[in-house]
Design a protein around this ligand. Structure first.
Ligand code: AMP
Length: 283
């Protein structure tokens, strides 16, 4: 199976315009490639919700910090295209950086408040990069729906916020986190883990799952977060944050909670891992 590839906004619009003219709806699944089952699940979700699925592949330089892994980020477009075709994608939109950011590009989308905390605190400008590229992708493709993973929970909320604030006419859908059999959330960055680190990595999920269960049993938010931090450090992670937050606004929570999200970011060797769980736990 081969997947058509559009490299320019013009090519993309030629395809999406013809689908729209034929009365077909369109769902967009933005990715940075190195496609895994998490991405595939979003493409399948999209194909169940719209007549046509566009998957984008763009390793967005704007969302990487100067000392982050932009150059090392895994890239294999031919394999990605094959796997996405099998997952029900109709078109791969893979622009190069000069198409996305032509010389003189000087605009940014900044979401106040939600962007500044958690991952935004340790990755300055990261969410500006995400919000800017996702705004462009939404305007370039003009999909009816766009699908993002709950794996990047703060990112999902940031995107919902600017779409609402800017009146972008698209429905943003969150897809559930896909995990390895041992619980580790799938991520393109898991490829960076050494064999030894890979054995430790699923403990992140175990610990936040336990925190979510404890919160559901009435344990206070500060207490649950502190206990999770202690366990993560004891397991060998360097903790960036572990937090219990309001699931809609990400506002900090303190005492007992009814609904919440436990969110964590840790470093394991050179690899940064993130994960999150709902309270009460899903299912
Ligand atoms: P990325 O290529 O890492 O930028 O991710 C592209 C999209 O896939 C984002 O919306 C992510 O939240 C989503 N995603 C990444 N990993 C997973 C996962 N394990 N489960 C569900 N969605 C994911």
């Amino acid at each position: 199976m081969t997947l058509d590839i559009a490299r320019t906004v013009r090519d993309l619009r030629a395809r999406t315009d013809s689908w729209r003219d034929a009365g077909e709806s369109i769902a967009l699944v933005p990715t940075m490639g190195a496609i895994h089952e998490g991405h595939r699940s979003l493409a399948r979700l999209a194909s169940g919700m719209a007549d046509r699925v566009v998957t984008s592949l763009f390793v967005n330089p704007l969302q990487f910090g100067p000392r982050e892994d932009f150059h090392a980020y895994p890239r294999d477009e031919a394999r990605d295209a094959q796997v996405l075709a099998e997952a029900g994608s109709d078109l791969l939109y893979a622009p190069d950086a000069s198409e996305m950011y032509p010389r003189g590009f000087s605009t940014a989308v900044h979401v106040g408040d939600l962007s500044e905390d958690l991952c935004g605190a340790s990755r300055p400008n990261h969410f500006d990069g995400v919000a800017t590229v996702v705004t462009k992708l939404l305007l370039q493709c003009a999909p009816d729906k766009a699908i993002f993973g709950e794996k990047d929970y703060q990112q999902l909320l940031v995107i919902k916020r600017f779409v609402r604030d800017l009146n972008i006419p698209v429905e943003i859908i969150g897809g559930p986190i896909v995990r390895e059999p041992d619980g580790l959330a799938m991520s393109s960055r898991n490829a960076y883990l050494s064999a030894e680190e890979r054995k430790i990595a699923p403990v992140l999920h175990e610990i936040i799952q336990q925190a979510a269960a404890d919160l559901a049993q009435g344990r206070g938010a500060d207490d649950a977060a502190e206990s999770a931090r202690f366990k993560l450090e004891a397991a060998g992670f360097r903790v960036d944050y572990v937090a219990v937050r309001d699931p809609e606004t990400l506002a900090p929570l303190h005492g007992p909670v009814t609904t919440a999200r436990v969110l964590a970011a840790v470093h394991l060797g050179k690899t940064r891992l993130i994960d999150n769980m709902p309270v009460p736990p899903a299912g």
